[in-house]
Write a protein that binds this ligand. Structure first.
Ligand SMILES: C[S@@+](CC[C@H](N)C(=O)[O-])C[C@H]1O[C@@H](n2cnc3c(N)ncnc32)[C@H](O)[C@@H]1O
Length: 256
């Protein structure tokens, strides 16, 4: 299919068709923070064993830990893809934008975005930390890009989110999924937010899904003059173990 026909195809698809298409994937995207579900399972099973040996009521917290593990595993393997497919479809991309994914990992969001960009570019930046995602490596993301058939429009960079290797106003859209909360230290996440704003073009859009600190990110965006700032919960499909670790979407626009 020619590039222009492909682009027209992307534009004409109904949202439901597009979402279903985006969720079909051929890559292997690993597990987010793999030590977390493993620890839920270990504690849950240990409590069930203790319950069998001593008293039935010890089984109750054991079952809760195993339910947390089930929620976590669902989110990392399926739920986040479901939610991001909808978020990306709603962006209404033309198909020729330059999109940056901050902390792209093995490409769960980056490569879905790339499928919407037949004439654009999807750029991923990461430090490839395996504690944050199993099998995390630039080569793994590159392999996934090839499997998804989008390698020609994907570029990967090794860099810290606090010091992005891009010129000011380089991107139409900046995305980030579950990455910025991994940065620690007073004022450090704000540096990543500032960098995201710096590399956005005037009028460009920012869309972050993260746990824990989206309120603080929103405050920073407000202080720095971003417009259309909105926060909303993403539902049970994006819970990392339960409603107490729920992802929230934060969107904003850089003033023209
Ligand atoms: C939980 S993974 C999420 C990956 C991907 N966005 C996804 O949703 O599948 C978090 C990612 O953030 C990356 N990361 C954490 N801190 C970072 C930093 N300071 N600079 C760049 N990448 C970072 C990790 O290496 C990891 O790939």
């Amino acid at each position: 299919m020619s590039e222009s026909a492909n682009r027209a195809g992307v534009q004409s698809q109904t949202s439901a068709t597009l979402v279903a298409r985006l969720q079909r994937r051929r890559g292997d995207y690993g597990f987010d923070a793999p030590a977390v579900p493993v620890s839920f399972i270990v504690v849950g099973v240990a409590l069930l064993v203790l319950a069998a040996l001593f008293s039935w009521w010890i089984a109750l917290p054991g079952v809760v830990f195993l339910l947390c593990a089930a929620s976590y595993l669902y989110t990392t393997r399926a739920g986040k893809f479901y939610v991001w497919a909808r978020l990306l479809a709603r962006l209404g991309l033309r198909g020729d934008e330059h999109v940056l994914d901050l902390g792209c990992g093995r490409g769960a969001v980056l490569l879905m975005a790339a499928r919407l960009l037949p004439e654009g570019k999807a750029v991923g930046v990461d430090l490839w930390q395996t504690r944050d995602q199993s099998g995390n490596a630039l080569a793994a993301t590159q392999r996934n890009a090839e499997r998804e058939g989008v390698a020609g429009r994907v570029e990967l960079f090794t860099a810290d989110l606090r010091t992005l290797p891009f010129a000011d106003a380089s991107f139409d859209v900046v995305l980030s999924s579950l990455a910025i909360h991994n940065i620690h230290g007073p004022g450090e996440r704000e540096k990543a937010i500032d960098e995201a704003m710096r590399v956005l073009k005037p009028g460009g859009r920012l869309l972050i899904a993260d746990i824990n600190a989206t309120g603080a990110y929103a405050e920073r965006l407000r202080q720095r003059g971003m417009s259309d700032i909105q926060r909303r919960g993403l539902g049970w499909r994006f819970w990392y173990g339960g409603p107490w670790v729920a992802a929230v979407a934060l969107s904003a626009r850089k003033p023209v």
